[in-house]
Design a protein around this ligand. Sequence first.
Ligand SMILES: Cc1cc2nc3c(=O)[nH]c(=O)nc-3n(C[C@H](O)[C@H](O)[C@H](O)COP(=O)(O)O)c2cc1C
Length: 414
Amino acid sequence: MNAPIAAAATRKADPVGKPWPSPKLDQGLEKTFLNIEDLRQGAKRRLPRGVFEFIDRGSEDENSLRDNRASFQRIKLRNRVMVDVSVRSTQCELFGKPASMPLAIAPTGAAGLAWYEGELELAKAAARAGVPFALATPSLTAIERIATVEEGRKWFQLYMWRDRELSHALVKRARDAGFELLVVTGDTPVSPIREYNRRNGFNSPFNFNATIVADVATSPRWTWGVLRHYLMNGGMPKQAHYPDDAKGRQIRMSGGAEVLRGDDLNWSDIARLRDIWKGPILVKGVHRPDDAARAVAEGCEGIVISNHGGRNLDTAVASLDVLPEIVAEVGGKTAVIVDSGIRRGGDILKAIALGATAVLSGRPTLYGAAVAGERGAVHALALLRRELETSMAYTGAATVSEISPKSLWLPPRA
Ligand SMILES: Cc1cc2nc3c(=O)[nH]c(=O)nc-3n(C[C@H](O)[C@H](O)[C@H](O)COP(=O)(O)O)c2cc1C
């Protein structure tokens, strides 16, 4: 056994000596859902149009949404021949703890609309799959409820509010509930422009209007399986962490609750958060090397290169396209995580080969959860893991640390 494989073998146990879980394909679901696109189609069939489009679509002309996929497709893989890859592992360490692959579930507000208490399903799925789960500030399930999932690693994502006391209180709740890492999202100073939400009647928090009533009426499985449970357990689905007077109101929209505005977030906030949060802090939404360098200077343990899955600033650059220059600036000094557009395990390999520490995955597990809750989300993770392992084998990498830039063919620069 060569040295990297031996290293991977030693990572097969978590710090307390239990075997670290790895996502298993669900044989029942695999009859219908062979890849993430199949799960996406399943989610489309099941969810009301407004909810599906909220999850699936982008902002304005959706250039970034399309380019996220194109950026992965532009880069090609090279076979590596005549290498023994008979013992393979996708396991790695993320922030000092083992993970079954270099991936964490991205924070997604309103995962609870995909499935009843969808965030809880995602947290359970992540624990079963051996990857971290990031809970979003606007989630419908509260921090303390997520903490009831004893196994697994939990991260908390912060949208900083104008009222810092409220935000800091939320961060303290996450800390006290045992969350290990804080993701500060820096790429959403104002609400994005999502025209389809105006047309399809979708609102956040979810509420009824004529368009949504018609939509819900034609989505019986969702109405029965998701909405009915909320109505029987306290009423319409609402953001669990918002202060009571803001809970039922439009969020982060112009004219929305003033205390929840986040357009004054700045670097000095990191130092203030550091007084509360002793674990790693990541800044999410970074595109510029100078911002990445500033995050390092502020002592952040990582950055997330992201265009929010094409949901915020349209024509924002695809993460993969700026990854090399950011790795050149801060690689080795801080963790460089990438998201937006990952739909195949080969995409994960490309990001790692270009120098990423790990990736976040947003929609794939939401599609999975919309189809079959925790089971569906585990299945999505298992599909990605199988594809990653397959791509590793073809490119001659038996372990994550053997994934090499030499495996890539990069398009000539225009
Ligand atoms: C429905 C939905 C809600 C999201 N909500 C949040 C959020 O509350 N906070 C945040 O930082 N990112 C949020 N994101 C962005 C994700 O964290 C992540 O950056 C993005 O989904 C990655 O792209 P992908 O979906 O193509 O994997 C959301 C994404 C989706 C799809």
